[in-house]
Design a protein around this ligand. Structure first.
Ligand code: SAM
Length: 326
């Protein structure tokens, strides 16, 4: 994610969490206007990473309490990944019946602020047939009267992340001509040798972590979010199949350590490599020193809920390309 020069566009972040989308937009050259999240940890992470950013966290970051009018005409791009529980298997897939459903709040902000573009991210479950009526009502119809909206399903590995991780993005533009010019981000990496013409092959997880060659490497399964599996877990595994894939790579994904020193002091099963928070950051596409800190279960919640920054960067660049020209 090479840092792009300022593109003159102002970005507002809702549901900022550990800052995956925020980092992608930052590196893409957007000017950060403010971040909002109900978690106090968001302030600790984002203020450590970017001391000059305006961050509203905890009660002050609760989007349900914000009157967005003061941001009207001051924002070019509004982005956010509302909680995914209402649309994920782990969360019970209750959609609008789930009180955690914040997509209506995202829509309220878009309608009040009227940015040139919005980007709404979520789990691919939102793009399934079950939620087609919900998507039509809450996104396409509600925001479609003012915005031209496209839905993209992207895979993080296609943007160089050593993990299989699909996410859905709704990208809306207020201006019809701009929307017509918009181009979905093209992969920057191929998944297999010879697959993408001229593209570098995405690194395997072992190579990304700097581990010795064992004659085998590959993508890790989707890191679990803080919502799957037991609460306060220090594991990133969310299924038996995923566990087998981690074992094949000789990486131990349970009992994640706070840092590499701690991981090396606490041998993992069968001599496999024990993960630590910086390793999980790398597997999610963050820099290893992005300031998501222990306790481990909270750090893994922030990492597992984040948009992989290189994927966020690709989307942010695609939107900047078309807005800058219009
Ligand atoms: C999927 S995570 C977002 C991750 C973020 N987009 C990233 O890339 O790192 C959803 C976030 O919504 C936040 N959230 C839930 N309810 C909220 C509310 N009422 N106001 C503000 N944030 C809320 C959660 O704390 C969580 O951090």
């Amino acid at each position: 994610m090479p840092q792009k020069p300022s593109n003159g566009l102002r970005a507002l972040s809702l549901f900022s969490g550990g800052g995956g989308l925020d980092l992608g937009f930052d590196r893409a050259g957007f000017r950060h206007m403010a971040s909002f999240d109900i978690l106090p940890e968001t302030a600790a992470v984002l203020k450590a990473a970017r001391p000059d950013w305006e961050v509203h966290a905890g009660d002050n970051g609760d989007v349900t309490r914000i009157d967005w009018k003061s941001y009207r005409s001051k924002i070019d791009v509004l982005h956010g990944g509302p909680p995914c529980q209402p649309f994920s298997h782990a969360g019970g897939r209750r959609g609008a019946a789930d009180v955690r459903d914040m997509i209506p709040e995202f829509g309220r902000a878009v309608l009040a602020i009227e940015p040139k573009a919005f980007i709404l991210e979520n789990v691919p479950g939102l793009a399934t047939k079950k939620f087609a009526p919900y998507v039509k009502e809450m996104i396409l119809d509600r925001l479609g009267s003012r915005y031209q909206i496209q839905m993209l399903v992207l895979e993080a590995a296609d943007f160089g992340v050593p993990q299989r991780r699909k996410r859905v993005f709704f990208v809306g533009f207020r201006n019809r001509a701009v929307a017509k010019r918009y181009k979905v981000p093209s992969p920057t990496h191929a998944r297999d040798l010879g697959a993408g013409e001229g593209l570098p092959v995405v690194m395997g997880a072992r190579q990304a972590l700097g581990l010795p060659d064992i004659g085998l490497d590959g993508l890790v399964p989707t890191l679990r979010s803080g919502l799957t599996g037991p609460r306060h877990s220090t594991s990133v595994v969310n299924s038996a199949t995923a566990m087998r894939q981690w074992e094949e790579l000789q990486i131990w994904p349970n009992g994640v350590a706070p840092d590499r020193d701690a991981a090396s002091r606490f041998a993992a099963k069968n001599g496999t490599f024990r993960l630590s928070i910086p390793d999980c950051l790398l597997l999610q596409g963050f820099p290893a020193d992005w300031p998501i800190k222990p306790p481990v279960y909270k750090a893994l919640g922030l990492i597992g809920n984040s948009v992989a920054p290189p994927m966020a960067y690709a989307v942010a660049c695609s939107v900047a390309d078309v807005l800058a020209g219009g």
